[in-house]
Design a protein around this ligand. Structure first.
Ligand code: PHE
Length: 371
C-alpha cells in the first residue's frame, strides 16, 4: 500500500510551494480539514481488521504529523517573509518636525467662570443654573418687581411675543437673579450657591454688549448677616485677584430684591504702565492719596418678600445675595479694555487672551496661572 507514501510526497511538495498564507490555508483544509483526505484516511481505520489497523494506523498518524509539521514550517517561512517585506517597505522618518501645538484656546470668560467655581467650591458653594429664556415672573415679579415697578424699566429687556405660563411675557433674562428664586424653590434650605451665566440687555458700547455674563451668589441659612456677606466677598476677591491687600467699601444702595442693599467698591491705585500711561491696579484703600474706589458689584440681604415668594418662611430663613459681571472681572484681572472684542471671535484676540486647555484653575496651583 504505497498510497500513504505518495500522498505524503505530493502534500509536502505542494505545501513547500504554497505562495502565500491563503494558499497554505487552502492546503490545510484540503488535507486536514473535516472533509480532508488525511482525515478521510483516519476514518478508514474503523473498518479495518485489527492486524491491518496495527500496520496502517501508525503510518496514517505519521503522515498527519508530517503534513502538520510541513504546514507549520511553511507558515513560519511565509510570515517571516511578510514581516521582512513590511520592514523593507515601511519607513519612519524621525527627522519630521513635531506636529503643531493643539489649536484653539479657552476663552477668558470660561476661564474666569472656572476660577469662580473653584474659589467658591472651597467655601462650600455649589454651582446652580437657570434658563436664559425666562418667564417674567422669575426675572421680575418674584424678585419684588411687580408689573408696574419702575425698576423693570431700568433693565432694557428683550421680550418675546409669547405669553409666559404665569401670565406675563417670556424674555431673555436681564440678570442671573432669577436663579435665586428657582434654586430656593427647587432645593429648599440651607443654600450656598453661585449661578454663573449669560444675561441680556439692549445696550451696546465699549463696556456694554447686548449679551454679557454675570455670576450670582446666594446664601440662605439661619442667622446670616451682612458681616458674612462682606467676609465672603473679601475672601473671594483676594483669592480671585491673588492679592491680600484687596480693600472693600460697602455703600448703601437700592435693589428691589435685597433689603438692605449694598454696592461694593474695591480700592485701586494708579500705577504707570509699561507704555507710561497711568492704569488702575486693584489693592489698597481707595482713601489713600493717589488711590480711588471702583464700583464692582451689587448685593444685599435677600428681601423677605423674595424669600416668601420662593416658598420659604422669612422669619426662619435669611441670607445674602450678590451679582457681579464676569466679563468685568476678566477685564480687571487680565487687562482687556474693550468688552466688544470678547464676542468678536477674532482668532488673534483669542490667541492673545485665551488660556491653554491644560491650565485648569486650582487653589493650590493658582487660579490665575497664564498659559
Ligand atoms: N441682579 C443685580 C443686577 O443685575 C445684581 C444684584 C444681585 C444685586 C443680587 C443684589 C443682589 O444689577
Amino acid at each position: 500500500m504505497g498510497e500513504v507514501e505518495t500522498l505524503e510526497g505530493v502534500a509536502v511538495a505542494r505545501i513547500d510551494a504554497a505562495e502565500d498564507l491563503a494558499a497554505l490555508e487552502a492546503l490545510r483544509v484540503e488535507y486536514l480539514g473535516k472533509q480532508g483526505s488525511i482525515s478521510g484516511l483516519l476514518k478508514t481505520l474503523g473498518g479495518m481488521s485489527p492486524e491491518e489497523r496495527q500496520t496502517e494506523g501508525p503510518k496514517i498518524h505519521a503522515l498527519r504529523e508530517v503534513v502538520q509539521a510541513a504546514l507549520a514550517a511553511r507558515k513560519d517561512g511565509l510570515e517571516g517573509a511578510a514581516l521582512e517585506a513590511r520592514l523593507a517597505a515601511e519607513t519612519l522618518d524621525l527627522s519630521l518636525p513635531a506636529p503643531d501645538a493643539p489649536k484653539g484656546s479657552v476663552h477668558p470668560v470660561s476661564q474666569v467662570m472656572d476660577e469662580l467655581a473653584e474659589i467658591f467650591a472651597d467655601m462650600g458653594f455649589a454651582v446652580a443654573t437657570g434658563p436664559e429664556i425666562e418667564d417674567d415672573w422669575y426675572n421680575f415679579t418674584a424678585l419684588n418687581m411687580p408689573e408696574s415697578h419702575p425698576a423693570r424699566a431700568m433693565h432694557d429687556t428683550f421680550y418675546f411675543p409669547d405669553t409666559a405660563p404665569q401670565g406675563g411675557r417670556m424674555l431673555l433674562r436681564t440678570h442671573t437673579s432669577p436663579v435665586q428664586v428657582r434654586t430656593m424653590m427647587a432645593e429648599g434650605t440651607p443654600l450656598r450657591i453661585i449661578a454663573p451665566g449669560r444675561v441680556y440687555r439692549s445696550d451696546s458700547d465699549a463696556t456694554h454688549t447686548p449679551m454679557f455674563h454675570q455670576v450670582e451668589g446666594l446664601v440662605i441659612d439661619k442667622d446670616i448677616h451682612l458681616g458674612h456677606l462682606k467676609w465672603t466677598l473679601e475672601t473671594f476677591l483676594k483669592a480671585f485677584f491673588e492679592r491680600d491687600d484687596i480693600v472693600l467699601r460697602l455703600r448703601p444702595s437700592y435693589f428691589p430684591f435685597t433689603e438692605p442693599s449694598v454696592e461694593v467698591d474695591v480700592g485701586f491705585a494708579i500705577e504707570n504702565g509699561p507704555d507710561g500711561k497711568g492704569r488702575r491696579v486693584l489693592g489698597g484703600s481707595g482713601d489713600e492719596p493717589g488711590h480711588g474706589w471702583m464700583e464692582l458689584l451689587g448685593s444685599g440681604m435677600v428681601n423677605r418678600k423674595v424669600i416668601e415668594m420662593s416658598g420659604l418662611d422669612p422669619d426662619q430663613w435669611q441670607g445674602f445675595a450678590f451679582g457681579v459681571g464676569v466679563d468685568r472681572l476678566a477685564m480687571l484681572k487680565y487687562g482687556m479694555d474693550d468688552l466688544r472684542a470678547f464676542f468678536d471671535g477674532d482668532v488673534r484676540w483669542l490667541k492673545h487672551y485665551g488660556f491653554s486647555a491644560f491650565d485648569q484653575p486650582t487653589l493650590s496651583g493658582g487660579v490665575g496661572a497664564r498659559a
